[in-house]
Write a new protein. Sequence first.
Length: 94
Amino acid sequence: MGLSEDYIKELKKRAGESKVYRKYQLVGLEIARLLEDEKHKSLYIKLAKQNDPDRLLAVAKDISESKNVQNKGAYFMKIWFDKKTKAHHKWKVK
């Protein structure tokens, strides 16, 4: 799954007049929005800079669509950083 140019254009349009210039910044802000966790947006931007932004976005989208997760940001962090969970989870995060 790759981020299409149209999707990046849409994210840039949503960002409006903000000082967002790089793909990882757009992806980090989108992850914060998807997970309803705006207060940790700088963390998501850093993760997108250091990791595969497509994979991060795919995981965040799946979690955002889950109805039975209360704290989506915390669940995302558990999936992303927990080595035991990573090895067995459907996203196979490295």
